[in-house]
Design a protein around this ligand. Structure first.
Ligand SMILES: Nc1ncnc2c1ncn2[C@@H]1O[C@H](COP(=O)(O)OP(=O)(O)OP(=O)(O)O)[C@@H](O)[C@H]1O
Ligand SMILES: [Mg+2]
Length: 336
């Protein structure tokens, strides 16, 4: 249990740990924010039970972009894909309720992070897709500026369709195989609330024939200078008894649904990696009523949990008992 006031660095600490499971930050977008302002490098070192020691370093260029990420395991340099399945982690954030009603990008990111942790093939397909997408978009701009011909799109369309189909299949497979854990987790989380909570499910309807879609949208894509459809625009939604929770649920229901989603992530990762994922619970108890906090405590799988909180009394007693407590204080701000 990591205890400290607001801005002490609790989320930073979990973000650093998560780097060893996903190879990237769980916070959206700005990976460069993992490096202290004014510095060009960030280093993280971790010792895992079982004795392995891990190091990571992030280096920024002069304009503040991440240009290098390197990982070391027991003194040897390793590509990220070798780490992912070794130390699977699931992050539970106090903001997770927004998975239900937030932006599609937030949902895509969550899905990509978990599937990528469990499957190196998925991560590869996603990287290929993103590279092909960037190339295709550059080409679309060149075509619009009459600096390239439309025929040059063919080669990118083939690559994009191939990688994109793998991405979509990986997502669909995940959604399919996490259906039972998701429903069960929601039942477990809400059973103390005293009313019938309903059946939680995820709806994900990817495009059936991505290559055909790319072809049919080509004219439009050239006109707007970007690829208008594909896995990078995908979305999924959480349903309760078949209806979109985002359109009628309460904040508490959003949070319970998101907790169920995270517990399902843990179940899936445990199955595919054959390891107990480490659970990182970032200040999640303060937002839950007593019954839900207790249910979450009961629903947490075996294995290690790291819990952050500004207020230890909000963490259910049974989790506090026997927990090692680390107190952290805000660092004084050093003004450059
Ligand atoms: N790149 C950066 N360089 C320097 N400081 C940063 C950087 N990014 C974030 N910070 C600061 O680090 C501090 C710790 O942030 P963090 O989110 O870890 O706090 P926290 O303990 O989780 O707080 P809370 O309880 O409010 O969630 C904050 O003051 C934040 O403004
Ligand atoms: Mg925080």
């Amino acid at each position: 249990m990591i205890v400290g006031p607001n801005a002490a660095g609790k989320t930073n600490l979990l973000e650093a740990a998560f780097l060893f499971s996903a190879g990237k930050s769980f916070r959206a977008g700005r990976e460069s924010e993992m490096v202290t302002w004014g510095e060009s490098t960030a280093r993280v070192e971790a010792a895992f039970a079982g004795g392995s020691r891990h190091k990571a370093a992030l280096t920024l260029d002069a304009s503040g972009r991440v240009i290098r990420k390197s990982f070391e395991l027991d003194g040897k340099a390793k590509p990220t894909k070798e780490l992912r399945r070794r130390f699977p982690m699931v992050l539970f954030s106090a903001e997770d309720g927004r998975l239900v009603d937030g932006s599609p990008g937030r949902r895509r990111r969550a899905l990509d992070l978990v599937v990528g942790q469990g499957s190196a093939a998925y991560q590869d397909a996603l990287s290929k897709y993103n590279r092909a997408l960037a190339s295709r978009n550059r080409l679309l701009e060149q075509i619009a500026a009459r600096e390239a011909s439309e025929a040059e799109l063919d080669v990118w369309d083939v690559q994009l369709a191939e990688a994109g189909t793998q991405v979509v299949d990986g997502r669909a497979e995940y959604v399919g195989s996490s259906a039972d854990p998701l429903r069960n987790a929601y039942d477990a989380l809400t059973k103390r609330s005293g009313h019938a909570a309903g059946r939680l499910s995820v709806a994900y309807e990817p495009v059936a024939d991505f290559e055909a879609l790319l072809r049919s949208r080509r004219g439009q894509d050239i006109a707007i200078g970007t690829t208008s459809a594909g896995p990078h625009r995908d979305d999924w939604s959480i349903l309760l008894d078949g209806r979109a929770l985002a359109s009628f649920g309460s904040g508490g229901e959003f949070r319970s649904a998101a907790l169920a989603w995270r517990l399902a992530e843990a179940a899936w990762l445990a199955a595919v990696t054959e390891r107990e994922p480490i659970l990182l619970l970032d200040d999640v108890f303060s937002e839950l009523d007593h019954a839900r906090a207790k249910s979450l405590q009961d629903a947490l799988p075996d294995g290690q949990s790291v819990i952050t909180t500004p207020e230890p009394s909000e963490v259910p007693g049974a989790l506090r008992e026997g927990a090692e407590v680390i107190e952290i204080e805000p660092k004084e701000r050093v003004d450059a």
